[in-house]
Design a protein around this ligand. Structure first.
Ligand SMILES: Nc1ccnc(=O)[nH]1
Length: 416
């Protein structure tokens, strides 16, 4: 068993998103103090970090991943196209995938996300329709437990109408945390919605459903919101791209029901901009939820990447700053709103406790080399330090001392 990374004591001279320069004092897994930076303070190499030149934000969380599918694009060789095509390609490929194959890809993807600053991931795991429906679940339970010191992983059982109740229950018995599903894909979407919610209710489990992932298909989210409104257990809805194409009056009613139920929404711009709209070659309507209307109604909005380099999406870097950048360009969110969606919004959509550079919050922090939030989101510098539970768990380094003078001069963020 390898030892845990060292606990940190003080992060010196970090810039926050509001522009202030601070020292951040940690106490175990929590932030104990955030005080104006003291440039004269001694740096203790054993327990402090010198963060001059870095912006420090709450570590991103990925509220909706499919680690079991990640990194299968090259081997699966799917044709380009929409959601139905992606599901078929994935199923054909998954038939030949062992528990070890799935675990290896999932582990590699979780570590790529971690290196980019993500310290919590909620991943859906497919329940298969074949001879061994739970091999993906066993693989992901293993990866979650192996990486527990580095990253918090939540597991969602992703079934469909082909998955009997006892397979869902088997996944929960193996240690899956959350009931999932994709009712909009079923022949009777409302019956499938209520079946998933019945299982969650029976088990007292949280629920996180793929919801209305199409531009013009079924609308189930109002029934979902109404059914869970009085629940005590956590509930979230991913995708919700159907909301993005509703007329304003209908959208207002939907958003009101979602807000009243404290149903938390997870938007997934990278994958949904790829998957939806193929049937419209000109002025393609794109797959994004109604982010502005949801935020204006006070709904919790988290943002993630969804699929990474698999039959559902050939691209993606496992980097939440890429998601934030798309929220600015495709979703017209402000830089601050985009940051919130990938950090505290994503954590709230996962029903995780508050984290970030705030007294009393969990010490989940990302330091990225940048002078401002705009620079961090725009440049996505790979020069990052990642802190999970008060410990340094990942660090990428550019050797500035040996960078040729011309390079340093041309790129101010390479100089100290
Ligand atoms: N967007 C997605 C829908 C269903 N399954 C996936 O892996 N991705």
């Amino acid at each position: 068993m390898s030892s845990l990374p060292r606990p940190l004591r003080v992060l010196r001279s970090a810039r926050l998103a509001d522009g202030s320069l601070v020292d951040i004092t940690l106490d175990g897994e929590l932030v104990a103090a955030v005080t104006p930076a003291d440039p004269a303070a001694e740096i203790d190499e054993a327990s402090d970090l010198d963060l001059r030149g870095y912006l420090v934000v709450t570590a991103p969380a990925e509220p909706h991943a499919h680690l079991d599918k990640a990194r299968s694009w090259d081997a699966a060789r799917p044709p380009a196209g929409d959601l139905v095509r992606a599901i078929e390609s994935w199923r054909a490929f998954a038939a030949g995938q062992t528990e070890d194959d799935i675990a290896a890809r999932a582990r590699a993807q979780a570590l790529e996300n971690l290196a980019a600053g993500t310290t919590a991931i909620r991943t859906h795991v497919d329940l298969f329709a074949d001879h061994d429906p739970l091999r993906g679940v066993r693989a992901l339970v293993r990866v979650r437990d192996e990486l527990a010191a580095l990253i918090d992983i939540q597991l969602v059982a992703l079934g469909g109408e082909w998955v009997p109740d006892d397979v869902y229950e088997g996944a929960l018995d193996l240690g899956v945390d959350i009931v999932g599903g994709a009712p909009h894909l079923a022949t009777d979407p409302h019956a499938e919605l209520h079946r998933a919610l019945d299982i969650a209710e029976r088990r007292g489990a949280p629920v996180d459903l793929h919801t209305d992932e199409s531009l013009d298909g079924p609308l189930t989210i109002v029934s979902y919101a109404n059914r869970v409104a009085a629940w005590s257990q956590p509930r979230s809805a991913g995708h919700c791209v159907r909301l993005g194409t509703l007329p304003a009056d209908e959208l207002a009613e939907v958003v009101a029901a979602v807000a009243a139920a404290d149903l938390r929404i997870i938007t997934l711009p990278i994958t949904n901009l790829y998957l939806q709209g193929w049937e419209h070659p000109v002025s393609t309507p794109r797959g994004l939820t109604a982010a502005r209307a949801l935020l204006d109604a006070g709904v919790v909005l988290g943002a993630g990447a969804d699929n990474v380099r698999d039959p559902f999406n050939p691209v993606g870097r496992g980097d939440a700053l890429e998601t934030a950048s798309l929220l600015v360009t495709a979703g017209h969110l402000s830089l601050d709103e985009a940051l919130t969606a990938i950090t505290s919004g994503a954590r709230a959509a996962m029903w995780l406790p508050e984290a970030g550079p705030v007294v009393g919050a969990r010490a989940e922090l990302l330091a990225v080399r940048a002078d401002s939030l705009g620079e961090a989101i725009a440049s996505g510098s790979p020069d990052r330090l990642v802190i999970h539970a008060g410990r340094l768990v990942a660090r990428t380094t550019i050797h500035r001392d040996i960078a040729p003078a011309g390079v340093a001069a041309a790129s101010p963020s390479l100089t100290r």
